[in-house]
Design a protein around this ligand. Structure first.
Ligand code: PEP
Ligand code: MG
Length: 851
């Protein structure tokens, strides 16, 4: 930013004037570009942020000098010019300079109706904006005289006739409006710095009112919803300002394709000039612009041009077509699409423009939106699905038994839980909209009701919409927008892939998840949570039997049944990923996720296992842990009951041998979860090696495999040097690592996370956004120690953070090989990784030339 002292308070916008977005605002800079391109821009003067601050605090500026370019009697408009258009600003004010004498002249030149409209409008604006008068006091006033009287009554002052005084009053009001708390918070939410300044542009008015063809309009050359080339906008005869073009106002169509009269037919010259300027703007400003114009007595004036507003989907198409027409290079198109915006394209979304009736607020755990009838149990969800009635599963929290219900539902809402709790992780994998931790809900399962944040009661069967992108539950059926993965989307992501320099894999548990991952062009699977392969109804009991087995003989019986299931699963996974790497994690079942809850669950299990209820109850009690997430999980299961991992390893290797028969050799990756000591790895590795040898011999097939360790305990990070000695790759499980670094339960965090973030204890939910300071420090230590002890060790991150741009930036910085995230986040991660690589290469990025 330039220093105030060196810059004049204001400058006329000419091709050579010294104007910068950082001192005069984006609008002023853009107007200068238009002037340079010979657009018919009325005379304009731009004020600096510093000058506007002075005016707002009552300090004098050389207003007569400012007015010098505008002949006496010229009416003026003032528009805000913040550094970025996204930061908003006060509304434009028109017709500054009108007074009784000028009004009489306008009556002669433009007719009484037009002159009255101009004067009334300004009297009211000045009273309301500069003096805080009640706008209602002016509503039914038709006569100019009445307006002037009301001005005096409301403000206690006579209406100022002097143009300079009017201008200063308006500019001071706009400067103060910019400093209002609500405006400041709003723009800060859009990324504006605390001290963001407001510039202003003062422009000679083209009136849009008068005897010949006069009016005001906006035009753009794309459909703002799809981004396809199409002339859209509106024109209104005998009108001024953008508010004349509000939906519902009486406008004239722009093109002759529309029914009835059109600007194209009635004013062909104006129309063809607009087209011409649209083309010039696209090519020279390298952007699709929306042009604001006025016609006064048949003459076209262009008042302003801003980047045409558009949906995320349209933005992708515009970026691609700018490349295809040679206007911008591919890397720039990639940078013009914010990665997070892709989420809107991948899932159905609630139409932002439709009304929302929210009854619960929670954590936005899985994006997208869906409407369905409320159900309170998995059984009800399955019944609903059988009737082909979409349903929303509402639960206090979800357990593995709910997987069936989740599969049968279109969305999930839970009272408890956080970003990485069970429901959230599963929903993201399934691409199911999900809100968790909606702690204001009160669910009464017996009465089959749920009370919302606002006290309203919802019953089973009531229709609601879950907005997993916003973390809200809405009453009734909302208007939804369909996802679009069109050719433009694929093209852009192809360019992103060419630009990025870190791998992106997917976390997928089943062959169908793997197909989704492949469709989103993941470069392999970074995490297959094998225990999730047992969530399905008939398989859940196999898992439970295995957990319940008391003797080695009992267990090996169960394992004999489990083995072919796993082998078939792995063959299907290898098949789905067709030669790409597949990282299979050995069982990591926190036992509580597989044990039944409540009397009903125990009864179901005793029936399924054909065991007396009291035996099942006692066994469940015996297995219960105070802290299941810190208990018999992960590799601890593999150490205490090695035959379980043996069977999984056999299934993996037999599937490898089988899949390799068909084509290129498959190199499976086997991952050990929740490691905290080197010895754990040594013990498991020696058995897996032995199993690989056995299968090689039995099948007569030679194959390789890679052994990986999931680094998800602080100790594993600190001892990464010795652990890496036994591993081909280290994959960081940042969900557990976050849980253990903070000592914060990933399943219970939802209860207080809102308060914590609100009070600024945490800047963000660390399960959602990787904590670079704390957890990041452990990752850094582990990466450095791991690489120092074993140079070629592969580094990866496979926690839920894998799709997050900051986590990806971190991983790139420390030389990680890939990140892995849920399939639906893969495109986001591909694009985010490309942004980072391009920005790095460019050094000084210019993200978007038009502000
Ligand atoms: C992790 O802990 O980050 C991880 C990927 O494993 P899970 O979420 O299955 O515990
Ligand atoms: Mg984990």
């Amino acid at each position: 930013m330039q220093k105030h002292a060196e810059i004049a308070d204001f400058v006329e916008v000419t091709p050579t004037a010294s104007i910068a977005a950082g001192s005069h605002g984006g609008r002023a800079k853009c107007l200068q570009r238009l002037v340079r391109l010979d657009f018919p821009i009325p005379k304009t003067v731009a004020l600096t942020f510093h000058a506007v601050r002075k005016i707002a605090t009552g300090e004098a500026i050389a207003v007569e000098k400012l007015l010098a370019p505008f002949p006496d009697g010229t009416l003026l408009s003032v528009r805000p010019s913040a550094e970025s258009a996204d930061w908003g600003g006060p509304t434009a004010v028109l017709n500054i300079g009108v007074n009784s004498a000028r009004h009489s002249e306008l009556v002669q030149s433009h007719g009484k109706a037009a002159a009255d409209e101009i004067f009334r409008r300004f009297i009211r604006t000045l009273a309301v904006e500069a003096h805080g008068a009640d706008p209602g006091a002016f509503t039914e006033l038709d006569r100019v005289e009445d307006c002037l009287l009301t001005f005096e009554e409301e403000t206690g002052e006579a209406f100022p006739d002097d143009r300079a005084a009017q201008l200063i009053a308006i500019m001071a009001a706009m400067g103060k409006a910019w400093d209002a708390t609500s405006a400041r918070l709003l723009r800060q939410a859009k990324g504006a710095p605390e001290d963001a300044g407001l510039g202003l542009v003062v422009q000679a008015m083209a009136l849009g009112l008068g005897p010949e063809e006069s009016g005001t309009g906006i035009v753009q050359f794309i459909d703002p919803k799809t981004g396809k080339a199409e002339i859209t906008g509106a024109y209104r005869r005998q009108a001024q300002g953008r508010d004349a073009l509000r939906p519902g106002s009486k406008t004239l169509a722009l093109t002759k394709d529309a029914a009835g009269a059109s600007l194209e037919e009635d004013c062909p010259e104006v129309f063809s000039k607009l087209r011409y300027f649209g083309d010039v703007a696209r090519i020279r400003l390298r952007e699709e612009m929306q042009i604001e114009f006025t016609v006064e007595a048949g003459q076209l004036a262009i008042l302003d041009a801003i980047k045409a507003d558009r949906t995320a989907r349209a933005n992708v198409r515009v970026a691609v077509s700018l490349v295809n027409s040679g206007v911008i290079p591919k890397d720039e198109a990639v940078l013009r699409v914010p990665p997070h915006g892709l989420i809107d394209l991948l899932h159905r979304q609630v139409d932002e423009t439709a009304p929302r009736d929210r009854f619960a607020k929670g954590i936005a755990a899985s994006p997208g939106a869906a409407t369905g009838r409320i159900v309170f149990s998995s059984t009800a969800a399955q019944a609903s699905a059988a009737r082909e009635e979409p349903c929303v599963l509402v639960r206090r929290e979800t357990t593995p038994e709910d997987i069936r219900g989740m599969h049968a539902s279109v969305a999930v809402l839970t009272e408890r839980g956080g970003m990485t709790s069970h429901a959230a992780v599963i929903a993201r994998g399934l691409g199911l909209p999900c809100v968790v931790g909606a702690s204001g809900l009160r669910i009464d399962r017996a009465a089959r009701t749920v009370i919302g944040d606002d006290g309203r009661i919802w019953r089973e069967g009531d229709t609601v919409t879950i907005d997993g992108s916003q973390g809200e539950a809405l009453a009734g059926e909302s208007e939804l927008l369909e996802p679009v993965l069109d050719d433009a989307f694929q093209t852009l992501l192809g360019w992103a892939d060419a630009a990025r320099d870190i791998g992106v894999r997917a976390n997928a548990d089943t062959p169908s998840d793997a197909m989704t991952a492949r469709a989103f062009k993941a470069e392999g699977l970074g995490l297959c949570r094998t225990e999730h392969m047992f969530f399905e109804n008939d398989r859940m009991n196999v898992m439970r039997e295995m957990i319940f087995a008391r003797t080695a003989e009992d267990r090996s019986q169960v394992l004999r049944r489990l083995m072919p299931m796993q082998r078939a699963d792995f063959i299907a996974l290898f098949d789905a990923m067709r030669g790409q790497p597949v990282s299979i994690r050995l069982f990591d079942p926190p036992l509580h996720e597989f044990l039944p809850v409540g009397a009903h669950g125990l009864k179901e299990l005793s029936d399924a296992l054909d065991l007396p209820l009291d035996v099942v109850t006692r066994r469940v009690e015996a297995l219960a842990e105070f802290n299941p997430m810190l208990g018999m999980r992960g590799v601890r299961l593999g150490i205490t009951t090695p035959e379980i991992y043996d069977v999984q390893a056999r299934a993996i290797f037999e599937a490898t041998a089988k899949a390799s028969e068909a084509g290129a050799p498959v190199v499976p990756e086997v991952m050990i979860p929740l490691v905290s000591a080197k010895r754990e790895v040594e013990l498991v590795k020696s058995r897996i090696d032995a199993m690989a040898d056995a299968v090689r011999e039995e099948t007569g097939t030679d194959f390789d495999y890679r052994l990986g360790v999931m680094v998800e305990t602080p100790r594993a990070c600190l001892r990464a040097d010795e652990i890496a000695q036994h591993a081909d790759f280290l994959s960081f499980g940042t969900n557990d690592l976050t849980q253990m670094t903070y000592g914060l339960s990933r399943d219970d965090a939802g209860r207080f996370m809102g308060t914590y973030v609100q009070k600024g204890v945490f800047p963000e939910d660390p399960f959602h956004r990787l904590d670079l300071e704390g957890v990041g420090e452990l990752l850094r230590i582990a990466a450095e120690r791991g690489r120092a002890s074993k140079g070629g060790v592969t580094l990866a991150l496979c926690g839920e953070h894998g799709g997050d741009i900051e986590a990806i930036a971190f991983c790139r910085h420390f030389g990680f090989d890939y990140v892995s995230c849920s399939p639906f986040r893969v495109p986001v991660a591909r694009l985010a990784a490309a942004h980072l690589a391009i920005i790095d290469r460019r050094q000084a990025p210019e993200l978007d030339p038009i502000t």
